[in-house]
Design a protein around this ligand. Sequence first.
Ligand code: SF4
Ligand code: SF4
Length: 304
Amino acid sequence: MKMDRRTFLKDAGLLVAALGLSPSWLPKAAEALEEMATGRAPILWLQGQSCSGCSVSLLNSESPGPADLVTRYLSLYFHQTLSAATGVAATEAMGRAMEAGNYILVAEGAVPLGMPDACRIADENFADLLTRAAKRAKAVVCVGACAAFGGIPAAPPNLTGAVSAGEALAKAGVKVPIINIPGCPPHPAWIVGNLVNVLKVGIPELDEFQRPKRTFGHLLHEQCPYFAQYQAQKFAKQPGEAGCLFKLGCQGVVTHADCSNRGWNGGVNWCIRARAVCIGCARPEFARDPEFAFYRLNEEAEKA
Ligand code: SF4
Ligand code: SF4
């Protein structure tokens, strides 16, 4: 579908508003969307040990929306799940992208360093393909808990020796900027917004875990609608009860993410408003720290 500048500006306006950015971002965001729509977005997306949930989350993006992303804005170099190419055509598409170089490499999923053949793409294991692709990349954006920090594949007993994409690349001696967008899955606006940032502005300001500060700079707990109840020690003691969810194991107290302000599914709801605890999916320790998640926090809560 052919689009005019007005459409890009309108969609960019939605994106900028959704990300809480200054209106001065509008022209750059519109330019990034135009590049993505015309197939010039230099993004190569590879999936390792993943459930594809991060890609599915991307398709839930509301600004631009899923249909827009697929039909207009996702003309990427290559995406394992979304690209139509399969077999030889797929490996050729990846090969062409790598030859061109200077792209943004999106890594989704962990890397099974302890059992490299547990994840293969065509005739190459994922660890080698990721290393080869990262050497020619301008930056690597690790989308999702697994790529960013190891996530569920790296949870004990971690039979495949799974590590994050950043750790795998460091072990292979590849020096490339790494941007971690954790979450299981990450919010679609975290993915789209930060990709646009990297495309048009450069590497965003990052925290000690290489997460963009704008997205992961604040403690979820302090912006939670139940924070006042936490301070007043009005805790729910069992599911279904009113009050702050701390004593049921809510990890909002140690999780940095903007879910409480942003909401999910078009802002309709999010974990805590739906009366589920925050399981800390944006934390570096997510899924790899079961002791903290399910026991220690509750024990501490009992003493509180
Ligand atoms: S529900 Fe969770 S995030 Fe909200 S105030 Fe209580 S402990 Fe903090
Ligand atoms: S509230 Fe917690 S578990 Fe839910 S999406 Fe946000 S960081 Fe993840």
